[in-house]
Structures are given as C-alpha cells and as structure tokens.
Design a protein around this ligand. Structure first.
Ligand code: SF4
Length: 453
C-alpha cells in the first residue's frame, strides 16, 4: 500500500485527522514563539548548518578522533556496517554479561535497525522507557513521529490501554493519573534492569563523550542503575568540540518542542567504576548517502521533528502512512536511498511548499531534495505507468503553444458544457475529494487582451 492509500485510511477518521493536525500545529506555533525570543536565531541556524557541513566533509578524521578519545576514557567502541551488524553487536554485549532484561530510551537508530524484535527473538526483554515509546510498544506499533512517537493516539485510548495492561481504573484518561501509573510501572523495570540502551544526540570528537537529550530523564535513570550501558549512534552524530554543543542544544529544543532547553542534557564520558560503557557506531547506508552530491546534506539532520510539525501533508496523513522509520519531509528524502522502488511514492507526498526548509534548524534543502528525488525516480522508471504517460502528454502540450491553446480551450469548453459526473472518474484523482472548479469562459491571455493589457 502506498502513502496515498495509507493516508486515505488515516483521513477517513476526520476527528482524528483534525486534532492530529491541530496538535502538531500547536507545537509548530510554540516553536515560532520560542525562536522569536532569540535575536540571533538565523545566525544560530547558519552556524549549526556550517558545523554539520564541515563535519560531513571531514567525517573520517572526526570519527577516528572520537574513537581515540573514547577508548582513552575506557569506553568500548564498536563499528557496525548495517542494522544487522548493529543488532548482533548489542546482542553480543548483553549475552556476554548474561543480561536478559534491558531498558531502552528513545532511539530512532534502534528503530531503524529493528533492534527490539531482534533482541526479543533472542530471549531478551526490552522495555522502552520514554512514555510515548512505551505506549506504542504496548500497542505493538512503530512510532509515528520522531519526537512525539504516540502523537496519533488520544488520551482516552491510552486510558483504555493502561486499564487493559496496567490495571488502571476503567474510563480514567486523566493525563496526570496515567503518567503516574506509567511511572510506577517503569520504575519496577528500572530497578531490576541489568543493561541500558540509549540513542545519541551528539558525539563530541574532542572528548570522546556522547550527549543524550530527554525530557523525562529515563535515559539517565537507566544508565545510572544498570552496570552495562550501550549507546547506539549513526556515524553522522559527530560534532567537533564541546563548545559547539551550545549551538545545537539551543536549536534542537526550540525546534523540537518550543522549549528553551531540553529538561535533561546528559554527558556520558566513561563507564561507572563497576560497569562497562559501549558505543556502537552505525553506518547502515550513511556512507553511500555521503557520496551523493544532491542528497548528502540530509545527513545534517538532528532529528528535531520540526519539518514534520509544519508539513501540511504529514499533519493530515499521520506518520504511519510513510511506512518508513523516519516519516515526514526528512523521511521522504532519506527513504529513497534505502530502497528507491519501495519508497518511490514518498518524494511525491509533498506540496513542495518549502515550509520544512524554513523551519529546519540545520538548513537542509528538503523541498529541493524532494524535487530532485522525483527526477531520479522518473529517470529510473518508478513513476508508474499512468503517471509516466500523463506526464509525457502534459510535457508535450506545455512545450507547444498551439497544442496548449487548443487543449486548454477544449478543457474549458468540456468543463462548462459536459456533465460533472464525466470528470469524477477514477483516473482523475484530483476530483476524488474535491469539487472541480468552475471553468473560466476565456483564457488568461484572452482576458488580458480584452482588458487592454
Ligand atoms: S530535517 Fe531539519 S527540521 Fe527535519 S527533523 Fe531533521 S533537523 Fe529537524
């Protein structure tokens, strides 16, 4: 099922579509208020973008510097070529320490690598500890947003879920009550966990430390209690120096949720005296992307989610309709790199309005890349027969003035004279959920001529 079909299922529930749209627009508006309080916001975006560009241009050196410093701190460094290698490494560490229960804080990388099902199939209980992540884990669903994984679920549905699985009061959907129930449930898991897994927001080459930002403190709770801590990161997470964090933490929190700062920004540098600290650095297609001159800058992404919150398509189609770990505009330029044919619909799930580019804190040219992916998809023959034919016909008309005049005249005439039902047919997707506009009696050129222009 492609994005359009999945979106159709989502928007069939108009009530859900409306509050999903409004909830995300509320976050986008909070972001606007927050950034307007920072006079140097645009300079911060420029600097963040330039630092990331510099890192991507010198990634090999920075990765080696990071490894050298982390090893000197007593950290174990592992390199994973792909998701499978990543999962095997994590499993190997847990197996070596006979760990059967782990707590995990939010990590899009482990979602990308499908770590949970892999560990579970090897007899390891994985407990997601971010509240939103835990909710979708209980529902056996993937996240629908990278910062707000359960944004598609209403509090009443959470109340029902918790009643069934945590034995909370039936019909109680009070957010404080439900949060408290989740806290007690998770605390029991934290207290017995033997291993903790986290994602990584930034990895500082200069010091060999990783920085993890959360609002719930769950990553800290896990890594402080469990003797074995494992941090999983994509190789693009590197920043050169600690002083650069000041730029990224300022743009990240404001862009993500409109907060001035994330509640917990924790630095993990070395293992606890009686424990071990592991960092798994994952490629999984990133090196290939780095070599693509039109698309490599998508690796600058700091996963703030702002492009999703502002996107008119994402807000009205829901994250699951993208069927890729990272949904929304950024997902639509990352996904084709992993499987062009399978994700060939995603670059078309956009109005190309460019709002995503306007809010992106690291200035990724998302809309331009969406447009470029469309060209690649066309050239590689993944447009679909219908679209390919109609594009060819449209191009031949647009290229020829006589043809253009003739066909537009014919269309205006047909729209005015023929019954509407003739246009509401399945090949005309435009008319499916819209009223066809009334046709003008004359063309724009005719109107200008007549008006003496
Ligand atoms: S592409 Fe930009 S706006 Fe979108 S998640 Fe990444 S950093 Fe945020």
């Amino acid at each position: 099922m492609n994005h359009a079909k999945k979106a159709e299922i989502f928007i069939a529930n108009t009530e859900r579509t409306d509050w999903h749209d409004q909830a995300l627009w509320f976050i986008r508006s909070k972001r606007d208020i927050a950034i307007n309080k920072v006079a140097e916001w645009e300079q911060l975006r420029d600097i963040a973008s330039q630092i990331k560009a510099h890192v991507l241009g010198n990634l090999d050196n920075y990765l080696l510097e990071f490894e050298k410093n982390a090893l000197a701190n007593g950290v174990h460094i592992h390199w994973a070529e792909d998701g499978e290698a990543h999962n095997k490494i994590v499993h190997g560490i847990l197996k070596k320490h006979k760990i059967t229960k782990v707590v995990k804080s939010k990590s899009m990388l482990t979602e990308e690598c499908h770590l949970n099902p892999y560990l579970e199939s090897n007899g390891i209980e994985v407990m997601d500890t971010d509240l939103g992540e835990r909710i979708i884990q209980m529902r056996n669903e993937p996240p629908s947003h990278i910062v707000l994984p359960a944004i598609h679920i209403k509090k009443e549905e959470v109340g029902e879920l918790f009643h069934e699985q945590l034995n909370t009061e039936k019909g109680n959907a009070d957010p404080d009550y439900l949060t408290n129930a989740a806290r007690l449930h998770l605390r029991e898991k934290f207290l017995v966990c033997e291993g903790a897994i986290t994602g990584v927001n930034f990895a500082v080459a200069e010091t060999g430390e990783v920085v993890v930002c959360t609002n719930e403190g769950n990553a800290d709770m896990g890594t402080h209690i469990a003797p074995i801590q494992i941090h999983c990161m994509g190789l693009e997470k590197i920043i050169p120096k600690r002083e650069h964090l000041g730029v990224f933490t300022r743009v990240l929190a404001r862009s993500a949720t409109g907060q001035a700062i994330t509640v917990y920004t924790s630095h993990h540098k070395k293992p606890k005296p009686t424990g071990e600290m592991h960092i798994v650095i994952v490629d999984n297609g990133r090196s290939e992307k780095l070599a693509q001159k039109d698309f490599y800058s998508s690796l600058k992404c700091i996963r703030c989610g702002a492009c999703m919150n502002t996107c008119p398509i994402y807000r009205r189609s829901g994250g699951h309709s993208y069927q890729f770990t990272i949904p929304g505009p950024i997902g639509s330029i990352l996904a084709p790199n992993t499987d062009l044919k399978k994700h060939s619909d995603l670059p078309f799930a956009s109005t190309l309005c460019g709002s995503c580019e306007d809010v992106c804190p690291v200035k990724i040219d998302i809309a331009h890349q969406l447009y470029k992916w469309r060209q690649v998809i066309g050239k590689e023959g993944h447009l679909g027969k219908m679209k390919e034919k109609s594009m060819k016909i449209t191009a031949s008309i647009l290229k020829n003035e006589k043809k253009f005049k003739f066909y537009t005249k014919m269309m205006r005439f047909s729209l005015r004279k023929l019954p509407k039902s003739m246009f509401n047919i399945s090949p005309n997707k435009w008319a499916k959920n819209r009223a066809m506009p009334p046709a003008a009696k004359e063309s724009f050129r005719e109107w200008v001529k007549k008006s003496g222009g």
